[in-house]
Design a protein around this ligand. Sequence first.
Ligand code: AMP
Ligand code: MN
Ligand code: MN
Ligand code: MN
Length: 283
Amino acid sequence: MSILNADLHSHSVVSDGTLTPEALAARAAANGVELWSLTDHDEIGGQHRALAAARAHGMKYLTGTEISVSFAGQTVHIVGLGFDVDDEEMHRGLVTVRGGRDARAREMAEGLAKVGIKDAYEGALKYVSNPELVSRTHFARFLVESGVCRDTYDVFGRFLTEGKPGYVEHKWATLRDAVRWITRAGGMAVIAHPARYRFTPNEEYALFTEFKAHGGSGVEVVTGSHTQAEYVVYAEAAREYALAASRGSDFHSPEESRTDLGALPFLPGALTPVWEALAARIL
Ligand code: AMP
Ligand code: MN
Ligand code: MN
Ligand code: MN
């Protein structure tokens, strides 16, 4: 099996993307993706549609999700690939993670109201397709459309990150639970976009070692959220921690995303791609 163009990180309207699973599959196929995964945040409701659409376009498919985890005072994302979508424990776990989102969104709106932005909860909901999955991205779209901010990056910087008026501390899944749900369902746990966290070297070491101790075995190296210099840093980390390497655009929307589906450099040759370890799980 010699797959090069694997895109194992993307979002649909089932979480905070703007395209349907079908439209994403068509776009991925048009961009030459050979192996695809839809990895909606804390949600696997789009998996059957994604698989059917992948098949219709002749692409191979790995089941996927991106689980929100709280670790050392920050939010870390763990991508799960190749798990059984009917696994009960995984289902229950994701229901719990999603459960806190609505209350969080209402609290975010209260924070925004204090700086004069009215009805942000209702505003964000207009962009939400899955009522269990209100995310900061939906608030960002509302703030752009209503003219408060220039683009979504501007929104995050001014309103939705730590210390800003619309930011709410939140308790997500534990690292241990997220990795266990994925691996017990037959899948592989992968640390998403490691360069995006603001960990000290000690905290990052703790993340990687605890992740491995819980059974995690992959890390994203080439992702739309990394710079070229960061590819090199995390290629080295993959070797150092003996983790398989993943590649994914983290595509959300044609209007907002800087990296299109499948449009990334290939993985450095010296690394073991996650899809080799997951060969038996490819659909
Ligand atoms: P949430 O899961 O509600 O905390 O929302 C997280 C999502 O917001 C991420 O998956 C990204 O899609 C988006 N996001 C986070 N930080 C930024 C940022 N600085 N700029 C643009 N989008 C961001
Ligand atoms: Mn997102
Ligand atoms: Mn993420
Ligand atoms: Mn993502």
